[in-house]
Design a protein around this ligand. Structure first.
Ligand code: HEC
Length: 248
C-alpha cells in the first residue's frame, strides 16, 4: 500500500484543501499588513526595522515620551530655555511641587492650546497635558509592552498559530516530496513560532533579541508559504504517476 497523495484525493477534498490554504494565505498577508502599519513608526523612522521591534518590546529607555517629543516633533513650540527647564524636572524625578513651580507655567503658555483635554478630544491621538497626573503619563520611561500584555498576546498567538500550522501541515502531509525535506518543513514553523514568542520576552530584557524575533517570525512565514504553494501546486497539477499493470 503506497502512501496517500494529492492525486488520490476526490474533487471535494481538493476544493476544501485549496479553499482553506488560500484563506490562510490571505489571513497571513493581512496579519503582515497589520504588523507593518502598527509597528512601523515606533522609532520615528519610516519603514519597519529591527529597531521598531526592539522598541515595541524593550521600549525606548533612553528617555521619556515627553522629552522625545520636546526634542522631536514638538521642538518648534518651545524655547531652548523652557525645554531645559522641563528636561531638568524630568531628570530630577518629576515631583509635583517642582511641577507646579517650574513646569506648569511653561506648559500653560506653550502647549495647552493644543493639549488641553477639550482640544484633545477633537484631534484624537494627542496626550492631554492639563494636569500633573496627565503630564506624568508621558513623563515615565517607556519600557515597551507590559509583561501582562505579552502573556496575553503569546497565548493567543501560540494557540491560534498552532492550529493554523496544524491545518496547513495536515494537508501538506499529502504532498510528494523528499521525506526529510517534508518533515523538516512541517516541524520548522512550530519551532520557529516558539522561538519567536520566547524572543519577545527576551527582547524585553535585552533588545538584541529583536533579531531573533524578526528571523524566527520570518521562518514561520517562509515555511507556511512553502507548504501552501507546494500543496496548491500539487493539488491541481501533479498527475498520478503511470504504474505498470502488474503493480497497479
Ligand atoms: C499646534 C498644536 C500643538 C502644540 C502647540 C503642542 N503640541 Fe504636542 N502634539 C500636537 C499633536 C497634533 C500631537 C500628535 C501628533 C504627533 O505626535 O506629532 C502632539 C503630540 C505630543 C506628544 C506625544 C508624542 C508621542 O510620543 O506620541 C507630546 C508628549 C507632546 N505633544 C508634548 C507637547 C508639549 C510639551 C508642548 C508644549 C511645549 C506641545 N506638545 C505643544 C500638537 C501640539
Amino acid at each position: 500500500m503506497t502512501e496517500r497523495r494529492f492525486y488520490h484525493c476526490s474533487s471535494s477534498e481538493r476544493i476544501l484543501y485549496s479553499a482553506f490554504l488560500i484563506l490562510m494565505g490571505i489571513g497571513y498577508l493581512m496579519a503582515l499588513t497589520y504588523l507593518y502599519t502598527s509597528h512601523e513608526s515606533h522609532d520615528g523612522e519610516p519603514g519597519l526595522s529591527v529597531n521598531d521591534v526592539a522598541e515595541t518590546y524593550y521600549g525606548n529607555r533612553s528617555g521619556t515620551r515627553l522629552e522625545a517629543a520636546l526634542r522631536g516633533p514638538m521642538s518648534g513650540y518651545i524655547s531652548i530655555d523652557d525645554r531645559a527647564e522641563i528636561v531638568a524636572w524630568l531628570k530630577s524625578g518629576g515631583d509635583k511641587a517642582a511641577f507646579e513651580s517650574s513646569v506648569k507655567p511653561v506648559i500653560e503658555r506653550q502647549c495647552l492650546m493644543c493639549h488641553a483635554s477639550e482640544a484633545v478630544k477633537q484631534f484624537g491621538n494627542i496626550p492631554p497635558l492639563d494636569s500633573y497626573e496627565n503630564v506624568r503619563l508621558v513623563a515615565t520611561v517607556d519600557t515597551g509592552l507590559s509583561l501582562l500584555t505579552l502573556v496575553k498576546l503569546s497565548h493567543i498567538h501560540l494557540l491560534g498559530i498552532g492550529l493554523i500550522l496544524f491545518g496547513i501541515g495536515f494537508i501538506f502531509c499529502l504532498a510528494e516530496l523528499n521525506r526529510y525535506l517534508k518533515n523538516g518543513l512541517i516541524l520548522l514553523p512550530f519551532i520557529a513560532i516558539v522561538a519567536d514568542i520566547l524572543a519577545w520576552f527576551l527582547t524585553k530584557w535585552d533588545p538584541v533579541f529583536a533579531y531573533t524575533v524578526v528571523i524566527s517570525g520570518g521562518l514561520v512565514g517562509v515555511a507556511m508559504a512553502a507548504q501552501i504553494f507546494i500543496s496548491l501546486y500539487q493539488i491541481w497539477f501533479l498527475k498520478r504517476p503511470k504504474v505498470p499493470k502488474e503493480f497497479a
